[in-house]
Design a protein around this ligand. Structure first.
Ligand SMILES: [Zn+2]
Ligand SMILES: [Zn+2]
Length: 759
């Protein structure tokens, strides 16, 4: 029996079922999953097989049951009572058992922690078979205590008895622990010295209430935390972390507290309390008790609920909502090793709340955003803790084992074999040595965990991505390149079990095109294996290349030059941020094309419009200008779309945004409210996109349209485009299990490679 069947209470469940039906035999964990033998009356064995899958525990996913008849082992023992045993795990051969994601603390554990008479009263590492750390503590398979980071903790007699009692909730709960035998909490000063404080939890909570910044060791890494309503603390956190604008996530004690912070739909509430416990991005409630510097310029807040016993205890004790942002400085990966945290976080935190259970795999908090009107399932902005490493099916089996290396920003990697793909936790921006090392370690760990020895490596076409270089440096494997936007298309098709063909509107910031130019506003027609470029946003120069990504005003200038101004006057709204001679220099670059690679990027068009509205001349993180442009539309009445022509040239359809940009510039300069300008621009892109997709769909004879790429994290845009395509009778697919952004690329690469290898 294979699937996620280890560490989820599967063997005790089998034990109880066999007992109920009077069967003898055994069950054990092996490298492939669960192996069992049952012996007894024919009717009882049949009933056992029938009930085995459907009645499995909630966290188990049974993927395959294979059975065969074996000779009876000699009948019941002498006392006449059949016996069924849970036998020792077996190792050897190829590990295939699936490791479960980490799971939020269950209700039963919470009530024990709240009970003064219970031996786990206020114990911050309480867990059971239904909850607790999994993926982040596993060093190898099979999933048994010696191969986890709990191996150094010897269970006390009471814990051991629970662990060995098939009737107990903690039967074979690998991280099982209690105050007398398990991990302990420690409070350290910023120099790493223990703080003599009595109860570390109470002292940490007191410090948070008084405005201190704490580094807190969690499940998949460290957080930096402070009182969310304390402006002094939150702005100090911003400056010490060198994070200027990107919103901080919040952690609330429970749903009632979350409801005071944000407006929640039923679906968003379901996500918040779900066992994955992601950060849910939702509309901020007026008067929410949160200081301004938590999410400057954003109408939304990112909120999650406590998901470990430590969080529950700390939030109850501190009696306030906390900022819980990833424990890093600037864009580095989050710290998860204690030594690393001491080096990097202690200098910026006043205190460090830590413990002695090691974290083996770093896992950031996952982030989702509800899609409101479009569909129930949210958009996955970051898929990591709580979701990884659950496997995702492939519609076309990979005939050989595949490693897909992903893109560069927000990167993940993916291993695939047969019909199954494992997408990694969020690795981050593969631009520095730290992240590259964590990428390489992650690949090696996944190869061991899932027993996949890649014979094929898949990479982006961009020759300079570190992921591409890594792929090409691997020896004894075949390398396959998959174009960036095709990978987005393939990922969305494949996660829905589709193979295409389909039209894909794939909009993002940057992706290396087949012609060597920078793509990013692409209309593709293709299936899993191949594609054609059926159209794109009109290409304009990116003055100064990559610099234009962090300086959206450059794209505003370039688009105005394209729109007909040889030397467009510097818009009044940009006059405070851009010196006139800089504007002229950049306009000259745009005219000549010198140091200005052409780009068809939709993300850069959003940047240009954001700059022209005076929202963002420069940004501190990619996508910021577009995010603020969407936010600016707010609840403005739907505007008449600006003109945005869908033209045609020999290479295909062209979304010609020159008139659009000219109209935006005119209105913004004329004092039209930004909300209305933004709404009219969004409407223009939506109408043109739907028109272009419909034309390609009709010409190619398909009724299926995929919308993906990071620009489609924009809810306003998704809602409009999906509605317009629906009105035309086209079926729309959006990413659901994986991000629309580059976190989904590795899976798309794997799906494309599987299809090509099977062709
Ligand atoms: Zn539990
Ligand atoms: Zn114990």
């Amino acid at each position: 029996m294979t699937g996620t069947v280890q560490g989820v209470g599967f063997r005790p469940y089998v034990y109880r079922l066999a007992g109920e039906l009077g069967l003898a035999g055994y069950v054990l964990n092996d490298d492939r999953g669960v192996l069992l033998e049952a012996e007894g009356a024919a009717a009882a064995v049949d009933s056992f097989l029938e009930r085995l899958g459907p009645e499995a525990p909630p966290l188990a996913t049974v993927e395959q049951v294979s059975s065969e008849e074996v000779a009876p082992s000699g009948g019941p023992p002498d006392d006449g009572a059949p016996s069924f045993q849970i036998a020792a795990s077996r190792r050897g051969g190829q590990p295939l058992a699936l490791v479960s994601p980490d799971i939020a603390t269950c209700a039963a554990c919470l009530s024990e922690m709240a009970d003064p008479a219970d031996r786990r009263y206020r114990y911050p590492f309480t867990n059971c078979t239904d909850c607790g750390p999994r993926f982040t503590i596993v060093r190898g398979v099979p999933y048994d205590r010696p191969l986890t980071t709990m191996s150094g903790f010897e269970m006390c007699a009471l814990c051991r008895a629970e662990y060995e009692d098939p009737a107990d909730r903690r039967f074979h709960a690998q991280p099982n622990a209690c105050p007398s035998c398990g991990p302990v909490l420690m409070l350290l000063g910023s120099g790493g010295e223990p703080v003599a404080s009595g109860d570390p939890l109470a002292a940490a909570a007191r410090a948070l209430r008084e405005g201190a910044l704490l580094a807190i060791k969690g499940l998949g890494g460290y957080h930096l935390a402070c009182h969310a309503g304390d402006e002094g603390a939150t702005s100090a956190l911003r400056s010490r972390k060198h994070r200027e604008d990107k919103p901080f996530a919040l952690m609330a004690a429970d749903l009632a507290v979350a409801r005071e912070l944000v407006e929640l739909t039923a679906e968003e509430e379901r996500l918040l309390v779900g066992r994955e416990r992601p950060i849910v991005i939702a509309r901020r409630r007026p008067g929410a008790p949160v200081s301004d510097s938590v999410a400057p310029g954003s109408p939304d807040l990112g909120v999650m609920l406590a998901y470990t016993p430590l969080h529950h205890l700390l939030l109850a004790e501190a009696a306030t909502t906390l900022v819980m942002t990833s424990g890093n400085v600037s864009d580095e990966p989050i710290a998860y090793h204690d030594r690393d945290a001491a080096d990097r976080l202690a200098p910026i935190a006043d205190l460090v709340l830590t413990h002695d259970r090691p974290i083996h795999v770093r896992a950031d908090d996952s982030v989702v955003r509800s899609l409101g009107a479009v569909r129930e399932a949210p958009l996955m902005l970051r898929r990591s803790r709580g979701y990884a490493p659950a496997s995702i099916a492939l519609p076309v089996e990979a005939p050989r084992a595949v490693l897909a290396c992903g893109a560069e920003l927000k990167s993940t990697f993916c291993l695939a074999r047969g019909a199954r793909a494992w997408v990694s936790h969020h690795i981050g921006d593969l631009k520095n040595y730290e992240t590259l090392r964590s990428f390489e370690e992650g690949v090696a760990h996944f190869e061991r965990l899932f027993a996949v020895a890649p014979e094929v490596v898949v990479h982006d076409l961009h020759p300079d991505y570190l992921s591409t270089r890594y792929a090409l440096a691997r020896e004894d494997v075949e390398a396959i390149g998959v174009q960036h936007h095709h990978a987005h298309l393939a990922a969305c098709l494949a996660e829905h079990g589709e193979t295409g063909p389909a039209v894909g509107a794939i909009y993002d910031g940057t992706g290396y095109g087949e012609d060597g130019t920078v793509w990013g506003g692409e209309l593709l027609f293709g299936d899993l294996a191949s594609f054609e470029r059926a159209g794109s946003v009109m290409a304009v120069p990116m003055p100064g290349g990559e610099r234009a990504v962090l300086e959206p005003w450059r794209m505003a200038c370039s688009w105005l030059v394209a729109a007909g101004g040889d030397l467009p006057p510097l818009p009044q709204l940009l006059a405070d941020s851009v010196a006139p001679e800089r504007w002229e220099q950049v306009a000259a670059l745009a005219r000549s094309g010198f140091a200005s690679p052409p780009t068809s990027s939709m993300g850069r068009l959003f940047d240009a419009v954001s700059a022209l509205c005076g929202l963002r001349a420069t940004v501190t993180y990619e996508g910021q200008a577009a995010i603020e442009l969407e936010a600016a539309a707010g609840t403005a009445p739907e505007g008449e779309p600006y003109p945005l022509a869908v033209g045609e040239d020999p290479s295909g359809l062209v979304l010609d945004a020159r008139e659009t940009v000219a109209a935006v510039a005119r209105d913004a300069a004329g004092g039209v409210p930004t909300a209305l300008v933004s709404a009219r621009f969004h409407a223009a892109v939506a109408v043109a996109t739907a028109e272009a997709c419909a034309r390609i769909a009709e010409a190619r004879g398909t009724g299926l349209v995929v919308l993906s790429g990071g620009v489609f994290n924009n809810r306003l845009l998704v809602e409009r485009v999906a509605a317009l395509l629906g009105e035309r009778g086209l079926r729309v697919l959006l990413p659901e299990l994986l991000p629309a952004g580059d976190g989904g690329i590795s899976y798309g690469q794997a799906a494309a490679a599987a299809a090509r290898l099977s062709a």
